[in-house]
Design a protein around this ligand. Structure first.
Ligand code: IPE
Ligand code: IPE
Ligand code: MG
Length: 233
Protein backbone atom coordinates (compact mmCIF):
# COMPACT_ATOMS: atom_id res chain seq x y z
CA UNK A 1 0.00 0.00 0.00
CA UNK A 2 1.30 3.45 -0.87
CA UNK A 3 1.94 5.77 2.04
CA UNK A 4 -0.11 8.60 0.50
CA UNK A 5 -3.23 6.46 0.01
CA UNK A 6 -6.15 8.51 1.23
CA UNK A 7 -8.91 7.57 3.63
CA UNK A 8 -12.13 6.38 2.06
CA UNK A 9 -14.04 9.28 3.59
CA UNK A 10 -12.21 11.90 1.52
CA UNK A 11 -12.35 9.96 -1.74
CA UNK A 12 -14.29 11.54 -4.60
CA UNK A 13 -17.54 9.72 -5.29
CA UNK A 14 -17.16 10.61 -8.96
CA UNK A 15 -13.77 11.10 -10.62
CA UNK A 16 -13.51 12.17 -14.26
CA UNK A 17 -10.49 12.04 -16.54
CA UNK A 18 -9.78 14.18 -19.58
CA UNK A 19 -7.24 11.78 -21.03
CA UNK A 20 -4.99 14.08 -23.02
CA UNK A 21 -1.49 13.83 -24.47
CA UNK A 22 -1.45 10.55 -26.39
CA UNK A 23 -0.28 12.24 -29.58
CA UNK A 24 2.55 14.11 -27.86
CA UNK A 25 3.61 10.95 -26.06
CA UNK A 26 4.04 9.27 -29.45
CA UNK A 27 5.64 12.27 -31.18
CA UNK A 28 8.27 12.51 -28.43
CA UNK A 29 9.27 8.96 -29.32
CA UNK A 30 9.10 9.62 -33.08
CA UNK A 31 6.19 7.17 -33.27
CA UNK A 32 2.92 7.61 -35.19
CA UNK A 33 0.17 9.25 -33.10
CA UNK A 34 -1.93 6.09 -33.26
CA UNK A 35 0.64 4.26 -31.13
CA UNK A 36 0.10 6.93 -28.51
CA UNK A 37 -3.60 6.16 -28.55
CA UNK A 38 -2.85 2.45 -28.27
CA UNK A 39 -0.72 3.10 -25.20
CA UNK A 40 -3.49 5.35 -23.88
CA UNK A 41 -5.91 2.43 -23.96
CA UNK A 42 -3.56 0.44 -21.71
CA UNK A 43 -3.45 3.34 -19.25
CA UNK A 44 -7.22 3.58 -19.33
CA UNK A 45 -7.60 -0.07 -18.35
CA UNK A 46 -5.02 0.28 -15.56
CA UNK A 47 -6.48 3.48 -14.11
CA UNK A 48 -10.11 2.34 -14.19
CA UNK A 49 -9.12 -0.79 -12.36
CA UNK A 50 -7.15 1.13 -9.70
CA UNK A 51 -10.04 3.56 -9.18
CA UNK A 52 -12.44 0.65 -8.64
CA UNK A 53 -9.97 -1.04 -6.29
CA UNK A 54 -9.66 2.21 -4.34
CA UNK A 55 -13.41 2.32 -3.77
CA UNK A 56 -14.38 5.15 -6.16
CA UNK A 57 -17.98 4.64 -7.22
CA UNK A 58 -18.22 6.57 -10.51
CA UNK A 59 -15.39 6.91 -13.01
CA UNK A 60 -15.84 9.00 -16.16
CA UNK A 61 -13.34 9.06 -19.01
CA UNK A 62 -13.34 11.39 -22.01
CA UNK A 63 -12.20 9.17 -24.86
CA UNK A 64 -13.40 10.85 -28.08
CA UNK A 65 -14.95 14.29 -28.45
CA UNK A 66 -17.36 15.67 -31.03
CA UNK A 67 -14.49 17.93 -32.13
CA UNK A 68 -12.07 15.00 -32.45
CA UNK A 69 -14.17 13.89 -35.45
CA UNK A 70 -12.49 16.73 -37.36
CA UNK A 71 -9.00 15.30 -37.00
CA UNK A 72 -7.29 13.91 -40.12
CA UNK A 73 -9.16 10.93 -41.56
CA UNK A 74 -6.41 8.43 -40.87
CA UNK A 75 -6.26 9.38 -37.17
CA UNK A 76 -10.03 9.10 -36.79
CA UNK A 77 -9.90 5.73 -38.56
CA UNK A 78 -7.14 4.56 -36.20
CA UNK A 79 -9.20 5.65 -33.19
CA UNK A 80 -12.25 3.80 -34.53
CA UNK A 81 -10.14 0.68 -35.02
CA UNK A 82 -8.86 0.94 -31.45
CA UNK A 83 -12.40 1.18 -30.12
CA UNK A 84 -13.46 -1.74 -32.31
CA UNK A 85 -10.54 -3.93 -31.17
CA UNK A 86 -10.47 -3.05 -27.49
CA UNK A 87 -13.72 -1.83 -26.05
CA UNK A 88 -15.12 -5.22 -25.03
CA UNK A 89 -11.84 -6.88 -24.03
CA UNK A 90 -10.71 -3.82 -22.10
CA UNK A 91 -13.85 -3.89 -19.96
CA UNK A 92 -14.57 -7.63 -19.75
CA UNK A 93 -12.60 -8.25 -16.55
CA UNK A 94 -14.21 -5.25 -14.85
CA UNK A 95 -17.67 -6.35 -15.94
CA UNK A 96 -16.99 -9.78 -14.43
CA UNK A 97 -16.10 -8.03 -11.18
CA UNK A 98 -19.48 -6.25 -11.11
CA UNK A 99 -18.72 -2.91 -12.75
CA UNK A 100 -21.51 -1.29 -14.74
CA UNK A 101 -20.43 0.48 -17.95
CA UNK A 102 -22.34 3.28 -19.64
CA UNK A 103 -21.44 5.56 -22.52
CA UNK A 104 -22.18 9.24 -22.99
CA UNK A 105 -22.26 10.83 -26.41
CA UNK A 106 -24.01 10.47 -29.74
CA UNK A 107 -23.34 6.81 -30.46
CA UNK A 108 -25.18 6.95 -33.80
CA UNK A 109 -21.90 8.27 -35.26
CA UNK A 110 -20.25 4.86 -34.90
CA UNK A 111 -20.30 2.00 -37.39
CA UNK A 112 -22.74 -0.84 -36.69
CA UNK A 113 -20.08 -3.26 -35.53
CA UNK A 114 -18.76 -0.79 -32.96
CA UNK A 115 -22.28 -0.04 -31.75
CA UNK A 116 -22.86 -3.77 -31.34
CA UNK A 117 -19.78 -3.99 -29.10
CA UNK A 118 -20.97 -0.99 -27.08
CA UNK A 119 -24.43 -2.55 -26.71
CA UNK A 120 -22.85 -5.81 -25.59
CA UNK A 121 -20.83 -3.99 -22.94
CA UNK A 122 -23.93 -2.11 -21.78
CA UNK A 123 -26.17 -5.17 -21.57
CA UNK A 124 -23.61 -7.51 -20.00
CA UNK A 125 -22.74 -4.96 -17.33
CA UNK A 126 -26.22 -3.60 -16.66
CA UNK A 127 -26.59 -5.28 -13.25
CA UNK A 128 -23.14 -4.24 -12.00
CA UNK A 129 -23.24 -2.76 -8.51
CA UNK A 130 -19.57 -2.28 -7.63
CA UNK A 131 -18.93 0.96 -9.57
CA UNK A 132 -20.04 2.79 -12.69
CA UNK A 133 -17.65 3.48 -15.54
CA UNK A 134 -18.92 6.21 -17.85
CA UNK A 135 -17.03 6.62 -21.13
CA UNK A 136 -17.44 9.70 -23.34
CA UNK A 137 -17.55 8.65 -26.98
CA UNK A 138 -18.42 11.24 -29.61
CA UNK A 139 -19.24 13.32 -26.54
CA UNK A 140 -19.53 17.08 -26.54
CA UNK A 141 -21.07 18.98 -23.66
CA UNK A 142 -22.63 21.66 -25.87
CA UNK A 143 -24.29 18.94 -27.96
CA UNK A 144 -25.49 17.30 -24.77
CA UNK A 145 -26.97 20.54 -23.43
CA UNK A 146 -28.69 21.45 -26.69
CA UNK A 147 -30.09 17.94 -26.93
CA UNK A 148 -31.48 18.19 -23.39
CA UNK A 149 -32.98 21.64 -24.10
CA UNK A 150 -34.72 20.28 -27.19
CA UNK A 151 -36.07 17.35 -25.20
CA UNK A 152 -37.52 19.81 -22.69
CA UNK A 153 -39.04 21.87 -25.49
CA UNK A 154 -40.62 18.74 -26.96
CA UNK A 155 -41.97 17.80 -23.53
CA UNK A 156 -43.64 21.22 -23.55
CA UNK A 157 -43.08 22.17 -19.93
CA UNK A 158 -40.65 24.19 -17.86
CA UNK A 159 -38.11 22.18 -15.90
CA UNK A 160 -36.02 22.78 -12.79
CA UNK A 161 -32.28 22.18 -12.52
CA UNK A 162 -32.72 18.61 -11.28
CA UNK A 163 -35.00 17.63 -14.11
CA UNK A 164 -32.73 19.34 -16.62
CA UNK A 165 -29.71 17.43 -15.31
CA UNK A 166 -31.64 14.17 -15.56
CA UNK A 167 -31.94 14.77 -19.31
CA UNK A 168 -28.19 15.06 -19.82
CA UNK A 169 -26.22 11.97 -20.84
CA UNK A 170 -25.06 11.84 -17.22
CA UNK A 171 -28.65 11.73 -15.93
CA UNK A 172 -28.74 9.69 -12.72
CA UNK A 173 -25.01 10.11 -12.02
CA UNK A 174 -23.71 12.52 -9.40
CA UNK A 175 -21.69 15.50 -10.68
CA UNK A 176 -17.94 14.87 -10.82
CA UNK A 177 -16.22 15.77 -7.55
CA UNK A 178 -12.85 15.79 -9.24
CA UNK A 179 -11.80 16.32 -12.85
CA UNK A 180 -8.25 15.30 -13.72
CA UNK A 181 -6.69 16.50 -16.95
CA UNK A 182 -3.34 15.21 -18.15
CA UNK A 183 -0.78 16.83 -20.46
CA UNK A 184 -0.75 20.26 -18.84
CA UNK A 185 -3.73 21.82 -20.63
CA UNK A 186 -5.87 24.08 -18.45
CA UNK A 187 -9.22 23.77 -20.20
CA UNK A 188 -12.35 21.63 -20.27
CA UNK A 189 -12.49 21.22 -24.06
CA UNK A 190 -16.28 20.78 -24.09
CA UNK A 191 -16.33 18.27 -21.22
CA UNK A 192 -19.21 18.31 -18.71
CA UNK A 193 -19.69 22.08 -18.83
CA UNK A 194 -22.90 21.88 -16.79
CA UNK A 195 -21.84 19.11 -14.44
CA UNK A 196 -18.47 20.71 -13.62
CA UNK A 197 -20.02 23.68 -11.79
CA UNK A 198 -18.41 22.72 -8.46
CA UNK A 199 -15.88 20.10 -9.50
CA UNK A 200 -12.37 20.30 -8.13
CA UNK A 201 -9.77 20.24 -10.88
CA UNK A 202 -6.28 18.84 -11.02
CA UNK A 203 -4.08 19.34 -14.07
CA UNK A 204 -0.91 17.29 -14.33
CA UNK A 205 1.84 17.73 -16.93
CA UNK A 206 2.08 13.97 -17.30
CA UNK A 207 0.98 12.74 -20.72
CA UNK A 208 -1.92 10.29 -20.43
CA UNK A 209 0.04 7.15 -21.47
CA UNK A 210 2.49 7.87 -18.62
CA UNK A 211 -0.19 8.45 -15.98
CA UNK A 212 -0.02 5.59 -13.48
CA UNK A 213 -1.46 4.24 -10.24
CA UNK A 214 1.06 6.11 -8.11
CA UNK A 215 0.14 9.44 -9.67
CA UNK A 216 -3.54 8.61 -9.29
CA UNK A 217 -2.99 8.27 -5.55
CA UNK A 218 -1.05 11.55 -5.45
CA UNK A 219 -3.96 13.25 -7.21
CA UNK A 220 -6.40 11.72 -4.71
CA UNK A 221 -4.24 13.03 -1.89
CA UNK A 222 -4.38 16.53 -3.41
CA UNK A 223 -8.16 16.25 -3.67
CA UNK A 224 -8.46 15.11 -0.05
CA UNK A 225 -6.82 18.36 1.07
CA UNK A 226 -9.10 20.64 -0.93
CA UNK A 227 -11.69 22.70 0.87
CA UNK A 228 -14.98 22.59 -1.02
CA UNK A 229 -17.32 25.39 -0.05
CA UNK A 230 -20.03 25.36 -2.71
CA UNK A 231 -20.47 29.08 -2.38
CA UNK A 232 -20.84 28.99 1.39
CA UNK A 233 -18.37 30.17 4.02
C1 IPE B 1 -6.04 12.44 -26.24
O1 IPE B 1 -4.79 12.60 -26.80
C2 IPE B 1 -6.87 11.43 -26.98
C3 IPE B 1 -7.92 12.01 -27.83
C4 IPE B 1 -8.25 13.27 -27.83
C5 IPE B 1 -8.61 11.12 -28.74
P1 IPE B 1 -4.51 13.59 -28.00
O2 IPE B 1 -4.64 12.83 -29.28
O3 IPE B 1 -5.33 14.80 -27.90
O4 IPE B 1 -2.98 13.92 -27.76
P2 IPE B 1 -2.27 15.32 -27.97
O5 IPE B 1 -3.04 16.33 -27.20
O6 IPE B 1 -2.29 15.59 -29.43
O7 IPE B 1 -0.89 15.09 -27.44
C1 IPE C 1 -9.99 16.59 -25.18
O1 IPE C 1 -8.71 16.56 -25.70
C2 IPE C 1 -10.79 15.44 -25.68
C3 IPE C 1 -10.44 14.12 -25.16
C4 IPE C 1 -9.54 13.89 -24.23
C5 IPE C 1 -11.16 13.02 -25.72
P1 IPE C 1 -8.34 17.38 -27.03
O2 IPE C 1 -6.91 17.10 -27.30
O3 IPE C 1 -9.29 17.04 -28.10
O4 IPE C 1 -8.57 18.87 -26.58
P2 IPE C 1 -7.94 20.22 -27.14
O5 IPE C 1 -8.11 20.19 -28.63
O6 IPE C 1 -6.49 20.23 -26.77
O7 IPE C 1 -8.67 21.31 -26.46
MG1 MG D 1 -5.03 16.61 -27.05
Amino acid sequence: MKSDKVENTSLPTHIAFIMDGNGRWASKRLLPRKLGHKEGVKTMRKIISECVKSGIKVISLFAFSTENRNRPKDEVAALMQLIRDNIYDMLKELIDEGVKVVFMGDLSYFDDDIRKSLDRVISESADGKKAIVNIGLNYGSRDEIVRAVNECVRAGKEVDANEFASRLYTGGLPDPDLIVRTSGEYRLSNFMLYQAAYSEMVVTDTLWPDFDEEELHSVLAVYAKRSRRFGKV
